[in-house]
Write a protein that binds this ligand. Structure first.
Ligand code: BES
Ligand code: ZN
Ligand code: ZN
Length: 524
């Protein structure tokens, strides 16, 4: 879809639309101050008849102006509540109306609540959110859909300073492109994306963007002593791999990087502890944690973020086979800990154990963020839209720095998280240590709180200092719910969240001018 930004040159800008013109209306049927007077009069008269249209956020009403031009009035909610986040929420209902009206080309006027700079940012965000809503994965549909609605092809967005709006849009667009790129991998089935093809794709496509990619092959993993990760992939015809990535946009100014770690089970059958047939096909999404990771790396590189980030994704296919690991096997992880494999379906934590050790020992990161579709229990806890997350913040109510950082990024992006206990609950650590045969067990004796015990297991792979204190900040997101979208189209959940986390906390920012807020509205 083509997006262009245009300025307000003359008063009849509203009548020059192609398929339709979208005009914002605040709640209470208030128009932005610069709505051309003749049009304002016309809209006002028309709206008098529209009792149901109140200008609430996302409400639309379609009119025809005297020249026959289709005008869509778009409710944008209360003036004082309109910000970038609120404007992004308008995209879905607007997109729905435009599609229902069969509009191919549209001119969209941007609401303005403060100064021109703010108007430009709202325009950019609306454009980006509309673009985001166009994602689909139709690669394997060989015959076109006859009943498919007319597709929106071009958007012209009116902004006070179109150059400025385009400048704000550029990094947003690069993030969205990366979300799409990552989503395309996420939606590929297990017979197309396996540890080999996935690793090859990353090695082929990311270096040109300024990301160093290093693939650890099975032999490298053996040399490194990654016994836990290797065991998971030993029943598959495609051996496991680890893909390590590094992006440094600081020119060496951040010697300690941020590290992001992702689970990339290209298919999880459960292994010898085979999953039931129903729903097993969904386990092509068991790579969603890694999708968030690789999408974030691409997004940061594409928008040339001034930050140093390293990443690792642990790739394997969990299959039942004569060579597959058995329930009851004991494996040795890279950090020397032995693990009793009580259930071969609790494979993600085995892969991640070695990924975590590798990234800490190679890069000495200040913070490690782990993302994984780790447990069905996470779905039971917070459902499909919210991901439980765990942080090794101190066990004090008023001191939760990592939790706060993630909550903030979550609020800003709408990728929802919910905090869960880690440091407060030594009983979960005790549970994963309860085995007479090894240091750890990959399942806890009780089937309760499965997401919490999985987090406690991963926490065992965060290196400690001489006092037994974690050497780095650690956050784990169990994204089994949102990793697999309700409509079964994976949309790269987590990329925007991590990108926002970096913007808020780790990126070097240029000094910004703070402008005064000014209200610009006209009451009808
Ligand atoms: N990949 C699954 C978790 C999962 C389940 C993700 C449903 C998304 C939807 C994971 O590898 C798994 O099977 N976990 C087991 C762990 C159990 C055996 C301790 C689970 O959650 O049942
Ligand atoms: Zn599993
Ligand atoms: Zn899994």
């Amino acid at each position: 879809m083509k997006i262009t930004f245009k300025g307000y040159k003359d008063e009849d800008v509203y009548s020059k639309g192609a398929g339709a013109v979208v005009v914002p209306v605040f709640e209470g049927k208030v128009f932005p101050g610069y709505t051309p007077p003749p049009m304002l009069q016309f809209f006002t008269q028309m709206l008098e008849r529209e009792e149901n249209f109140k200008g609430k956020s996302g409400q639309t009403v379609t009119l025809r102006d005297p020249d026959g031009q289709k005008i869509i009035l778009l409710g944008v909610g209360k003036v004082e509540e309109l910000d970038e986040k609120a404007v992004r929420k308008l995209a879905a209902p607007l997109y729905k109306t435009l599609t229902a009206e069969g509009v191919k080309e549209v001119v969209i006027d941007t609401p303005s609540v403060t100064n021109s700079s703010n108007n430009n940012s709202l325009a950019a965000n609306l454009a980006d959110a509309l673009q985001t809503g166009t994602y689909e994965f139709k690669k394997y549909k060989t015959s076109g859909d006859k009943d498919a609605p007319v597709k929106l092809e071009g958007i012209e967005i009116l902004a006070r300073d179109p150059k400025q709006a385009a400048k704000i849009y550029e990094p947003l667009c690069k993030v969205t492109e990366s979300v799409f790129w990552a989503s395309d991998i996420a939606n590929e089935p297990g017979n197309v994306i396996n540890p080999k093809t996935y690793a090859n794709k990353l090695a082929a496509e990311l270096p040109s963007m300024g990301i160093k990619v290093h693939v650890l092959e099975k032999e490298d993993m053996e040399r490194l002593g990654m016994g836990a990760a290797l065991a998971v992939g030993q029943g598959s015809a495609t051996p496991p791999r680890m893909v390590v990535m590094e992006y440094d946009g600081t020119g060496g100014k951040q010697p300690q990087p941020l590290a992001i770690v992702g689970k990339a089970l290209t298919f999880d059958s459960g292994g010898i502890s085979l999953k039931p047939g129903q729903g097993m096909d969904e386990m092509t999404m068991d790579k969603a944690g890694s999708i968030a990771v690789v999408g974030t790396m691409r997004a940061l590189a594409a928008r040339e973020a001034k930050v140093h980030v390293v990443a690792i994704v642990g790739m394997a296919e969990n299959m039942p086979d004569a060579n597959a690991q058995r329930p009851g096997d004991i494996v040795k992880a890279m950090n020397g800990k032995t693990i009793f494999v009580g259930n071969t379906d609790a494979e993600g934590r085995l892969v991640l154990a070695d990924a975590l050790t590798y990234i800490q020992r190679t890069y000495n990161p200040h913070t490690v963020v782990n993302l994984a579709t780790l447990t069905g229990a996470a779905l039971g806890a917070t459902g499909v839209h919210i991901a439980p997350f765990y942080a090794n913040d101190p066990d004090k109510d008023d001191e939760k720095p990592m939790r706060d950082k993630f909550n903030r990024a979550s609020k800003a992006t709408g990728e929802m998280l919910w905090p869960m206990p880690l440091m407060e609950t030594p009983e979960f650590t005790a549970a994963v240590k309860k085995t007479p045969f090894a240091d750890l067990s990959n399942i806890a004796p009780s089937s309760k709180a499965g997401s919490c015990t999985a987090a406690a297991f991963l926490h065992e792979f965060i290196d400690k200092d001489e006092k037994g204190v974690d050497k780095c900040n650690f956050v784990h997101i169990d994204m089994a719910g949102p990793g697999c979208d309700t409509e079964n189209v994976r949309k790269g959940w987590g990329v925007r969240l991590l990108n926002q986390l970096v913007i808020n906390n780790y990126e070097e920012k240029p000094a910004r001018k703070i402008r005064e807020h000014k209200l610009e509205t006209a009451k009808m």
